[in-house]
Design a protein around this ligand. Structure first.
Ligand SMILES: Cc1cc2nc3c(=O)[nH]c(=O)nc-3n(C[C@H](O)[C@H](O)[C@H](O)COP(=O)(O)OP(=O)(O)OC[C@H]3O[C@@H](n4cnc5c(N)ncnc54)[C@H](O)[C@@H]3O)c2cc1C
Length: 356
């Protein structure tokens, strides 16, 4: 059992009914949970298991709601992860293991690391959401992914009622992907995550991402520190991405598609400006934003839903949009891109209800 001993185990958590989730998803969709439980301690999951809470249907696990679209009513119990705690659990001089509870805010964890001169996650600053959700899609930004610093996580299996430790290998991390989006989807609840970070003198910064590098150069920073990279990432993100507290959104709605070299070359013949990033296995990753912009969707609004004016990959709720409206908007974009380029965009956002 992670963290606390049995003497500190709380009672079965309060079960609330008809809870409005509008303020708990960054798209700002109004929807109500028939059954809603907030988890403050991992051990409460065992107590719920003993009460047969998980025997009928898997719950919806909710972190910060920044990568979720509720199409309609949840239709299943919602478990909100609020387990707080962060601690440095190992220190061998050059590197440390930092362990954090699933309910910790991700950006606050990054800030904590930077404040303590620990490097490894500074490029992942300002990604909304919780620590517990970070492994689900192997969050990534500016050339760094969670898997680069991941050691292990502890999770509760809602089928067996056991806590298990998952190593990086167990998680099968990929591009915005992990085993928790496939075989273990909905079954496993992440309780805490442990990362390996390096002290500044032993840390090699990753500033290979051109936008980051250019921005540092423009500020005449030749020898950046961990904090310089952090500050620069924060500034770039603030200038490019819509703040969910100003306008509802869930970040990138679609993943960047990966196509074969043959497909890339044939598209390039028709669209010479097509950008692409060559991967190792004769494959190319194409920016989904470029495809969406090319089909005329950037900044376009239909009713309450639109595509963000500065970033075509972000779908925004201009106010009052239902989950179904947002879903239909995404579906129309998906169909247009398929008809134009023969590429089927896959959602990065987790859709609760039927999938795209
Ligand atoms: C403005 C904006 C910018 C963003 N930029 C990026 C970016 O640069 N890179 C990036 O990778 N992502 C980005 N995102 C997406 C999002 O921030 C991440 O996916 C984040 O990890 C989601 O965290 P969350 O707590 O909000 O998860 P939620 O949206 O609450 O949940 C996401 C998924 O994880 C599951 N889940 C959540 N917590 C747990 C848990 N403890 N155990 C098991 N399953 C769980 C949920 O059931 C759901 O399937 C962005 C989002 C926004 C709004």
């Amino acid at each position: 059992m992670p963290d606390s001993d049995l003497s500190s185990v709380q009672n079965v958590p309060e079960i609330r009914h008809n809870v409005n989730l509008k303020s708990m998803n960054t798209l700002g969709v109004e929807t109500h949970a028939d059954i809603f439980v907030e988890i403050q301690q991992a051990e409460q999951l065992s107590l719920l298991y003993d009460e047969n809470f998980f025997s009928d249907q898997p719950p919806i696990i909710l972190g910060g709601g920044s990568n979720l679209l509720f199409r309609g009513q949840p239709g299943r119990p919602v478990l909100k992860m609020s387990m707080k705690k962060k601690e440095i659990i190992e220190n061998d001089g050059g590197s440390v293991h930092l362990k954090a509870g699933a309910g910790e805010n991700w950006h606050e964890l990054v800030s904590f690391a930077v404040d303590n001169n620990l490097g490894g996650i500074e490029n992942l600053a300002l990604i909304p959401g919780t620590v517990g959700a970070a492994p689900i899609q192997n969050i990534g930004a500016y050339g760094v992914e969670l898997k680069d610093v991941f050691v292990s996580l502890s999770a509760f299996d809602t089928v067996t009622g056991e806590f298990e430790i998952y190593t990086a290998e167990d998680c099968s991390f990929g591009y915005r992907d992990s085993v928790f989006k496939h075989n273990l989807k909905g079954r496993v609840i992440v309780c805490d995550v442990t990362l390996k970070l390096k002290r500044s003198e032993d840390h090699t910064l990753n500033i290979s991402y051109s936008g980051l590098n250019d921005s540092l150069k423009s500020k005449n920073i030749d020898q950046p520190t961990i904090r310089d990279v952090y500050n620069t990432v924060v500034a770039i993100r603030r200038s490019k991405l819509p703040d969910p507290s100003d306008i509802g959104n869930a970040g990138s709605f679609f993943k960047n598609p990966i196509v074969s070299e043959e497909k890339f070359e044939s598209l390039k013949a028709d669209y010479p400006g097509l950008p692409g990033y060559k991967l190792e296995a004769d494959e190319f990753k194409i920016p989904a934003a470029w495809l969406i912009e090319k089909t005329g969707w950037k900044g376009r609004r239909i009713g309450n839903v639109g595509t963000y004016e500065n970033q075509a990959l972000v779908i925004v709720n201009h106010g009052g949009a239902t989950g179904e409206e947002i879903f239909n908007h995404a579906k129309t974009i998906q169909q247009t891109v398929l008809e134009t380029f023969g590429i089927d965009l896959m959602p990065e956002v987790n859709i609760i209800g039927n999938q795209l």
